[in-house]
Unconditional design. Structure first.
Length: 225
């Protein structure tokens, strides 16, 4: 019987032991991870334009993903703010978007005013404004492992301003906010006049509307305090 079940699973193309989207594995739950998106609702997310809970419109929940689907959707961000944490998130896009850290929700103007952005893009590109870079600051180290038109995974770990980013399970760069290297890069970037850039110790996580369809799922966080 067991061999018959395995044969049927393989025939149907189902992976044995595969985890469902937007759920925690027993190990993740044990390790203290929690979901920032349940795959069914927008609970826990705010609209940047209104600073109120996100509602369906330009952003929708479809096929288990939080998706920007219409012009004027605006940026979204977590209702809660976080300081020391590890973040995991999957995305796919037809254009351009971004994942923000250290968002200061008390500010007016654009969400990226002081919030570093990990670039989401449909083309690999080169340089610190390309796919998976920390926008205009840090370029991906080495070759980029990218899945065009498919799901890609991001992991960000930040503790006391010291951060490491992974893209599709490959470590791509590390940095220390406030270090000499950080200050030098800021001075040579478009953020040179952005007072307090990246310095919001306890900030929100944001998702960018950059006039392209983009979807996010499996958004998980582990507090490291």
């Amino acid at each position: 019987m067991k061999s018959l079940i395995i044969a049927l699973v393989l025939l149907l193309g189902v992976s044995v032991g595969a985890e469902e989207d937007n759920t925690l594995s027993p190990q993740e739950a044990k390790d203290g991870w929690k979901l920032l998106f349940d795959g069914k609702t927008m609970k826990g997310w705010n609209a940047w334009k209104t600073k109120k809970p996100l509602t369906e419109g330009g952003w929708v929940v479809k096929d288990g993903a939080l998706s920007r689907v219409a012009k004027g959707a605006g940026d979204a961000y977590t209702a809660e703010a976080y300081e020391n944490y590890e973040l995991k998130i999957d995305w796919k896009t037809t254009g351009n978007s971004g994942i923000f850290i250290r968002v200061d929700s008390s500010l007016t103007g654009p969400i990226f005013r002081v919030a570093p952005e990990m670039q989401v893009e449909r083309l690999i590109g080169k340089g610190p404004k390309s796919l998976a870079s920390l926008y205009d600051l840090y370029e991906v180290e080495g070759e980029k492992v990218f899945h065009p038109r498919e799901w890609n995974s991001v992991r960000i770990r930040i503790v006391d301003g010291e951060a490491t980013h992974w893209f599709n399970d490959k470590k791509i760069y590390s940095y220390k906010i406030g270090s000499d290297d950080w200050k030098k890069r800021i001075a040579g970037s478009k953020w040179s006049k952005a007072k307090g850039y990246g310095e919001t110790a306890k900030g929100h996580i944001g998702l960018q509307d950059h006039n392209a369809d983009v979807s996010y799922k499996n958004i998980k966080i582990k507090i490291l305090d």
